[in-house]
Design a protein around this ligand. Sequence first.
Ligand SMILES: Nc1ncnc2c1ncn2[C@@H]1O[C@H](COP(=O)(O)OP(=O)(O)O)[C@@H](O)[C@H]1O
Ligand SMILES: [Mg+2]
Length: 280
Amino acid sequence: MLEIRDLHASINDVEILKGVNLTVNAGELHAIMGPNGSGKSTLAFVLAGKPTYAITSGQVLLEGVDMVGMAPENRARAGLFLSFQQPMEIPGVRLDQFLRAGYNAIHKARREEELDVLKFDRLLTRKTKMVGMEAALTRRYVNEGFSGGERKRNEILQMAVLEPKLSILDEPDSGLDIDAVRIVAQGINQLRTPQNSVLLITHYQRILNYVQPDYVHVLINGRIVQSGDKDLALQVEAEGYDRFEAKEQALDLSPSCPPLPKGEGDVSPSLLGKGARGLG
Ligand SMILES: Nc1ncnc2c1ncn2[C@@H]1O[C@H](COP(=O)(O)OP(=O)(O)O)[C@@H](O)[C@H]1O
Ligand SMILES: [Mg+2]
């Protein structure tokens, strides 16, 4: 489904992603965990094609098609969906109209049926129930005056309506109390199928009590330093990110030039000399 190979990306010439590798198969849910500033949102935006980010090297394949250089709307038509960490308000645009426009744009591109207002309304009623959202919210302007929980639920509603192949959910749990996290998690679970995949970005383990990940990856300073199953998330919860940060820093110390503590520099050449003589 998704294959990321040695992805490097920067903003304003500052490298943020420093060689990300990730393979997500159909039907899998992968959690990406990491501390603030580790590059989680950058990864999400780069995958979605936000123009302010430059991919300096590497490949991103969605179902075998290279997405690097593809416009964001074409990525969406190809089945990619990004839910925002901070969903924006769109004053003057009703949520139901917004969703129908998105739905029809994608269906048109796929030469599938577009829906008129009446038909779409029936579909939307079904989808709102599915994600536990009040139908009345869909007749308001997008996110205007929505609570934090309603905004996040609205992101999941979009996912339900657009039926993407790959959903990238950027901290769908951030800023929510535990009941709201559970509702969002239930929505995500409802939408999982053997055909689609989810990249669930989160800072905290708690949403993974309700959403079962197939894999968990820890992203530190633009690199995945460890991958595992849900136990890795529990480990992060228990220990924090410090140990993973140390692991990431160790990646930078190339074996050819480790900074030698004072004193050791004097010893090793002589040891080397002895070794060399011993061999001869
Ligand atoms: N527009 C920008 N210009 C410069 N640096 C940025 C910009 N946006 C994000 N960054 C930096 O990129 C790094 C990763 O940020 P981000 O991807 O948002 O991390 P996360 O989502 O893991 O908290 C941070 O150090 C952040 O300061
Ligand atoms: Mg972020």
